[in-house]
Design a protein around this ligand. Sequence first.
Ligand SMILES: Nc1nc(=O)c2c([nH]1)NC[C@@H]1CN(c3ccc(C(=O)N[C@@H](CCC(=O)O)C(=O)O)cc3)C=[N+]21
Length: 282
Amino acid sequence: MTATIIDGKTIAKEVRSELKIEVAKLKEKGLIPGLAVVLVGNHPASESYVKGKIRASEEVGINSRLIRRESSISERELLELIETLNADPAIHGILVQLPLPDHINPDKVIATISPAKDVDGFTPVSVGNMVIGQEALLPCTPHGIMHLLQRSGVQIAGKHAVVVGRSNIVGKPISLLLQRADATVTMCHSRTADLASHTKQADILIAAVGRPEMLTAEHVKPGAVVIDVGVNRHEGKLVGDVKFDEVKEIASAITPVPGGVGPMTIAMLMRNTVEAAKRIGK
Ligand SMILES: Nc1nc(=O)c2c([nH]1)NC[C@@H]1CN(c3ccc(C(=O)N[C@@H](CCC(=O)O)C(=O)O)cc3)C=[N+]21
């Protein structure tokens, strides 16, 4: 039996139409959510991601501002730009597109973003609040994965989730969110010994290592739900961390790349921006 395809593109569209209604109501009260997207230099993949974010903002009714800076900008100038946005009452969300040029310390830049406007959920304050289960803007990709699972009716409580990848942006936070939803979570990574022996135990398998098609049929238990977070440009096309054609024959459900987690990441950015606007008010 082949797996159900979890259609992130369609689910993301649903999220955006719900948000559109919510934003229209906020506008009646005089509150227009504002998002600043800061793009430094001209990383080719960043251009395409940022375009997606601006397009989604337009659809939902969020006022987005794309702020471009040359890659020669100094760290100090970038920090000053962020301080200005922190103080701007029309801006409720600030996103600094990563990666940044080598001479700029991304940790320093992220830590300068006001936690109230941290729609990526990357600041130390947001991360800390998430870890201890306090109210926080959640990082978009893990937040999007939780929505995908919930909206596709996947039961999480009591299940064994195995996460492959330990990044700050995906692996670590998704492990916590799954645990909070009462899954039992195993955290694996690129250096895990006998990876397949762990991933084969997974009822829910999250692939977030960033290695094209690394997880194959032999890593997957029949009937597992497989979430592919990989976005690898490989021989001119976009592929995930999962060997889709092979794994779809044994999984019960699987996300495609493209059209799975990626669109949900952007939808959650929209949601966080609306959330931040509501909390900050006008
Ligand atoms: N501060 C910051 N926040 C981010 O959230 C952030 C970032 N920096 N840097 C780069 C990564 C990557 N990322 C993606 C978002 C959407 C898709 C997405 O929509 N992908 C489409 C395909 C798009 C295409 O074809 O290029 C899909 O999977 O269907 C992918 C990747 C956000 N990131």
